[in-house]
Design a protein around this ligand. Structure first.
Ligand code: NAD
Length: 324
């Protein structure tokens, strides 16, 4: 991978989001345990998440294959050194293959009883395999993918969907409270990833049909604002329509109002839809709309210039098309 230099000065720029929930940058509050944390994968998401933990007073040692520097975080020479002696090691990596190879390097270096907390979005099978590797070595483990994107990582307002045992969840809970606003324990290992891909399969399919409906309404001469006013208060309502409307100038402010600059990029939606289809294949689940959404986002991202655009940019795509 090409070396990349990134310096993150202050992920939570003013500290207000956190202070408002009773936390504050600086030493951990009385009664809160100061933790030694290893953080591996300090990219767009991991960088600000790690910075928020350091600002809350935890002792964070990081590692990334790219050149990264973040205020308040000591950088280790490799992943194993970042993990050594840590109470919790957090990983925020691109995919299951990389997670697996990082886990092979860090699990032998971690102290017994420590928690391996993976926040990446990966396939369910990799999440369960890594949990088994960790548990066999006397570690606790959690899969805790997030929703909320880069803004949520910076603002400490992520939602965590968590799989793994209760004891590990209790240990990690104060860290979830710093990095996010909500953590839902979804059951045993892999269930965090299962929740994430089921949610995003619904989101992808819902966004597509919302965009289709706007494009159809245009052709029927139905005003977009009237369409929004009806659907957002009728049985067709959804997060895609009500909170993240793909039509510019309609509903609350969304990436559509900023020329579809992401937000949530179409290629990330494609990644999650593919993970959902892979899981459906493994579990023998029939997911025809999930498959159709995957195929459409693949076409959009790989053949139609959708890469780097928000996933709601499906609307201008449909606007230009006819039936054939
Ligand atoms: P990113 O590419 O910005 O960051 C990944 C980081 O991992 C990079 O800095 C990379 O150098 C590092 N890395 C790669 N291989 C490594 C290795 N072997 N050892 C150490 N570091 C390594 O990606 P991101 O946007 O931060 O996303 C991270 C994860 O979060 C992904 O699984 C993604 O699907 C998920 N996610 C992202 C978003 C988003 O909006 N970006 C939202 C929700 C979930």
């Amino acid at each position: 991978m090409a070396a990349r230099s990134r310096h993150l000065a202050a992920a939570r720029r003013d500290g207000h989001a956190h202070a408002a929930r009773g936390g504050c940058p600086g030493p951990p509050q009385e009664g809160r345990r100061h933790m030694k944390i290893g953080f591996i994968g300090l990219g767009n998401m991991g960088g600000p998440m790690a910075a928020n933990l350091a600002k809350a007073g935890h002792d964070v040692t990081g590692f990334d294959t790219a050149e990264v520097s973040i205020d308040g975080i000591a950088m280790a020479e490799d992943a194993a050194h970042a993990a050594e002696g840590a109470d919790v090691v957090i990983t925020m990596l691109p995919n299951g293959g990389i997670l697996h190879s990082v886990a092979e390097a860090i699990v032998p270096a971690m102290k017994k009883g420590a928690v391996l907390l993976d926040c990446s979005t990966v396939d369910v099978a990799s999440a369960r395999a890594v949990a088994e590797m960790a548990n066999d070595a006397g570690l606790l483990s959690l899969d805790a993918p997030v929703s909320g994107g880069i803004g949520g990582a910076e603002g400490g307002t992520l939602t965590f969907m968590v799989g793994g045992d209760e004891k590990a969840f209790e240990i990690a809970k104060p860290l979830f409270d710093i990095m996010g606003q909500k953590a839902v324990h979804c059951g045993p290992s892999g269930n965090g990833q299962a929740a994430k891909i089921c949610n995003n399969m619904i989101l992808g399919a819902t966004m597509i049909v919302t965009c289709e409906a706007f494009a159809l309404a245009d052709k029927l001469g139905l005003d977009r604002q009237a369409m929004f006013d009806v659907v957002s208060t009728s049985s067709g309502y959804s997060w895609s329509m009500n909170a993240y409307c793909p039509a510019p100038g309609i509903g609350p402010k969304s990436p559509a109002d900023n020329d579809y600059v992401p937000g949530f990029a179409a290629e990330l939606m494609l990644k999650d839809l593919r993970l959902a289809q892979q899981a459906a294949q493994d579990a023998d689940a029939d997911t025809p709309l999930g498959q159709a959404a995957t195929d459409l986002y693949a076409q959009f991202v790989e053949e139609e210039g959708g890469k780097g655009r928000d996933f709601s940019a499906m609307l201008p795509r449909f606007e230009k098309r006819g039936r054939s």
